[in-house]
Design a protein around this ligand. Structure first.
Ligand SMILES: [Fe+2]
Length: 212
């Protein structure tokens, strides 16, 4: 009986995200809620559905998902409008500063402890040096939900202080042609240049509950 309830709650979240991702006016409303502190209708809906999803629903086995120094990626779903993925960040692993062009990001830290820094781009000069300002810098213990939009906190970096499990949702998804991911490093406070980091990534298959 419990299994059926869990599957229904994840299916409910998935169907909500599918509807949201294909409705441009709802996406604008969600972005406005995040950026302008408008009444949090879509934020409340998202939070209510996300918090019912557990690591067990997602098929997470801590012993196999967390590998020292590595970030394990498990793709849950991806189409042009929506991507849902799981990142199991082992203690000490990190995502360097990177962007999410023209996207809304919903990051659900299910468990663990991370530091999270979000930045806004102020300008880019002719040499490609990016001037930023830090919008938010915090240490977070799960469960917690974070948001970014195209205009607010779009660049972020994440450092795992403990083994940390993240369910990442992007609307729309990355695209090599239209919305590529760019990594940056800080050369002086708030001044960034592009670079190609040597990331310790591994992939695993999704073994969680069915949802579609
Ligand atoms: Fe990110």
């Amino acid at each position: 009986m419990q299994k059926v309830i869990a599957e229904d709650s994840f299916r409910d979240l998935f169907q909500f995200l599918i509807r949201l991702s294909s409705d441009s006016s709802s996406l604008i409303d969600l972005a406005n809620e995040i950026e302008l502190n408008k009444p949090p209708f879509y934020i409340n809906e998202t939070q209510q559905k996300l918090i019912s999803v557990t690591a067990e629903d997602l098929g997470i086995d801590k012993a196999s998902c967390f590998y020292p120094k590595f970030i394990t990626y498990i793709e849950v779903f991806e189409n042009r409008n929506l991507s849902i993925g799981i990142f199991a960040m082992s203690k000490g692993s990190a995502f360097p500063i990177h962007d999410h062009p023209h996207m809304i990001g919903i990051t659900y830290l299910i468990f663990g402890e991370i530091s999270l820094i979000n930045r806004d781009i102020i300008s880019i000069n002719s040499s490609g040096i990016v001037t930023t300002r830090v919008l938010k810098e915090e240490v977070a213990v799960g469960p917690q939900i974070f948001y970014l939009t195209a205009n607010s906190g779009n660049l972020h970096e994440i450092h795992a202080h403990e083994d940390s499990l993240i369910l990442d949702i992007f609307l729309p998804s990355y695209s090599e042609d239209e919305r590529p991911c760019t990594y940056y490093k800080e050369i002086r406070p708030n001044l960034l240049i592009r670079y190609n980091p040597n990331l310790f990534f591994r992939n695993m298959q999704y073994l969680g509950k069915t949802f579609n």
